[in-house]
Write a protein that binds this ligand. Structure first.
Ligand SMILES: [Cu+2]
Length: 669
């Protein structure tokens, strides 16, 4: 289908919406949340939507949101892409905590490091409209963890599906007016999934490839993850609260057919403390202090691949990586004049170190792949929201950042102690217009920035070709314009948005010479549009449709930007009487033929998949079952393969999962 056909279809669905009898309904509540509270530039994903899906991690669960795609490297650890912006071009946080992965190949993206069972809701801001965090150049995805309700509470959940995919969790909590506590535990396991052609994801390499899996590893466990967490809250007065939380996650033996190595482990610690006082005076509405720390240790090697079989050690290549991030933020909301001023100061420090050892490099000599490098950032932001009558609201804000990058070890790229400074300004102006209750129009002009990370600056991997960072990289600056409109009643909503982003000094991976692959600043642009709608029909029927499109251009190179997802549409029909539901979902993706030929990027064919699910809910008990990819279609996401010059083999793409059946049960009290 073309863009026009799909938009027509979505529009038709909206026009056929009729009013139906009102009934207390979880789904209706969600429509109302989307209608009343969210600006057209915002999206959210509720815990219900996550629970009902067979998604294995938050990245995969977020795929159902318009404008979100993922990079699929294996059975888990999907990396989130928002409107074509990936990696450090977006912020992926949890409770505002900055959390980075340790792997230089992004085996462990930020969203991989928290479990669903910790999360209540995920908030998404599309575009450079978050000034409260440094680096929200393309947008913000912030997961919010659960807070216990009054008295004793708990939730038990067990999911099981094809390939022994297991997802079990338990939480228990207790709360009074003055204090509360919560404990949780989650376990995830799966064998290697099969794609639509009946082959395992580990069977994508031909029998001549050194990257193919050893016979014993082909059909082994794809991952095993244990996560435990706790949270303590104390309310010293009725208007103040302090909270401390800690999570430990241990991921074991995670396979990544997309890459040349697999993870032996990822061990993650995450800690967050906050203190908040509200309604202090007529002037000071809200004051919050937050301090956090997290650390990830990651070890990957090729022990399960043929490349290691003739090595003197059990591996021919290995990377031992760790990262640590800590930070603090003080923010206040003040009632000044007719409007509200939100202002704050924040700091973070991220250290990243990776040591690579290879048989072919001086017989396993230690190589400072990422040389114990630290990035420190201090920022100041202010945002003022001014109501202009009952129909208009104007928001303007500015943020300034000073960033210091320094290497702690020496490699071919950099000497220990060498450093670099960046300073950047972000700003935006947003106008929300509500001519009548049902319609909100949003328009925004934004400037967002992000500084290059340690890998882009200092990476050193000798070889032919070598893979190296570029110390002369500048910070990327995004100038973006957004237009959005939402029409919503308590029976349906439709949300449409369009954006254009001009990217100065976009960090692009490229083949610098026949012997060197590196990063360069280019001039690029991305534009796109999304359409989302949900309609309540008579007879407890609900229709939902969505469309997402993104187009990227490498203006400097006069060619398409690489790794941009194609047009995607979803349409679902659901029967839901509040107790029982059944849903049919069609997902359609167009062919992607806008490719960067200099990276030998390949076209990806279009596809259609069908998912079915049904569930029953009674009081605190719920059961959901489903069949994903009902027709066992063999298909590929355009993002799920490695491009030149880092390709793990021409045309070796990681297919999406074939038909799989799942069942999950939950009990909440
Ligand atoms: Cu890794």
């Amino acid at each position: 289908m073309t863009v026009q056909q799909l938009s027509l279809l979505a529009l038709l669905l909206t026009l056929t919406a009729q009013t139906a009898r009102a009934e207390e309904h979880l789904l209706l509540d969600e429509i109302i949340v989307r209608a009343d509270r969210e600006s057209p530039k915002e999206e959210s994903l509720s815990v219900r939507e996550v629970r009902e899906s067979p998604a294995r991690d938050m990245g995969e669960a977020l795929k159902q949101v318009e404008g979100i795609n993922t990079v699929h490297k294996g059975a888990i650890a999907n990396d989130v892409v928002l409107r074509g912006f990936q990696k450090d071009n977006i912020n992926v946080l949890v409770d505002g905590v900055r959390l980075h992965g340790a792997c230089p190949s992004r085996m462990d993206p930020p969203a991989f490091h928290y479990d669903f069972a910790e999360i209540e809701q995920v908030k998404i801001i599309k575009g450079p409209y978050d000034l409260t965090n440094p680096g929200s150049l393309g947008g913000l995805i912030d997961a919010q963890t659960k807070r216990p309700g009054k008295g004793f509470g708990g939730e038990l959940s067990l999911g099981y599906g094809d390939w022994h995919s297991t997802n079990a969790s338990a939480t228990a909590s207790y709360a009074t007016d003055s204090y509360d506590g919560l404990l949780g535990y989650a376990y995830k396991y799966s064998d290697v999934p099969k794609s639509g052609n009946g082959k395992l994801l580990t069977e994508i390499y031909p029998s001549t490839s050194p990257n193919r899996y050893k016979t014993a590893a082909v059909d082994s466990k794809a991952y095993e993850i244990n996560t435990g967490w706790g949270k303590l809250g104390f309310n010293p007065t009725s208007n103040s609260r302090t909270e401390v939380s800690y999570t430990y996650q241990d991921a074991d033996h995670v396979l990544y057919p997309y890459l040349k190595m697999d993870a032996d482990y990822d061990k993650t610690h995450r800690m967050n403390w906050s203190y908040r006082v509200q309604n202090i005076s007529a002037l000071l509405q809200d004051l919050k202090l937050q301090v956090y720390w997290d650390r990830v240790k990651h070890l990957m090697d090729d022990r399960d691949r043929f490349s290691s079989s003739t090595s003197p050690r059990f591996y021919s290549m290995q990377t031992d990586a760790s990262t640590q991030t800590y930070g603090a933020k003080l923010q206040a909301a003040l009632q000044i004049g007719p409007g509200t001023l939100k202002s704050g100061l924040d700091y973070y420090n991220r250290n990243w170190d990776a040591t690579n050892r290879r048989a072919m490099y001086f017989s396993y000599r230690d190589l400072a792949m990422i040389p114990d490098a630290t990035i420190e950032n201090v920022g100041l932001f202010s945002e003022y929201t001014l109501p202009l009558g009952s129909q208009l609201s104007l928001t303007g804000g500015v943020r300034g950042d000073l960033t210091h990058a320094e290497a702690g070890r020496t490699n071919t790229m950099v000497t220990a102690g060498s450093s670099k400074e960046f300073s950047s300004i972000s700003a935006n102006l947003q106008l929300n217009y509500t001519p009548f209750k049902e319609l909100t129009v949003f328009t925004g002009l934004g400037r967002g920035t992000r500084t290059p990370d340690q890998q882009e600056l200092y990476l050193d991997v000798p070889g032919t070709p070598a893979w190296r960072g570029n110390q002369n990289l500048k910070a990327t600056v995004n100038h973006q314009v957004d237009l959005g409109a939402k029409y919503a009643t308590n029976r349906f909503y439709i949300n449409a948005s369009i954006f254009y982003s001009d990217l100065q000094d976009y960090v692009n991976f490229y083949q610098a010479s026949p012997t060197l692959k590196s990063y360069q600043n280019i001039h690029a642009s991305i534009w796109g549009a999304e359409l989302g709608s949900q309609i309540s029909l008579p007879a407890d029927l609900f229709l939902r449709g969505g469309l997402s499109y993104t187009e990227g251009r490498n203006i400097s190179g006069n060619r398409p930007l690489s790794e941009i997802p194609p047009l995607r549409g979803t349409i679902s029909i659901r029967y839901d009487n509040g107790r029982f539901f059944a849903e049919l979902l069609e997902t359609l993706s167009r062919e992607q033929d806008r490719i960067d030929s200099s990276l030998n990027e390949q076209k990806t064919a279009g596809w259609v998949t069908t998912d079915l699910k049904a569930g029953y809910q009674y009081k605190g008990f719920s059961v959901t079952g489903g069949i994903n990819n009902l027709l066992d279609t063999q298909y590929y996401s355009h993002l799920s393969y490695l491009r030149d010059p880092f390709v793990s083999g021409v045309g070796y793409r990681v297919p999406e999962n074939g038909r799989n059946v799942y069942l999950s049960m939950a009990y909440k009290f």
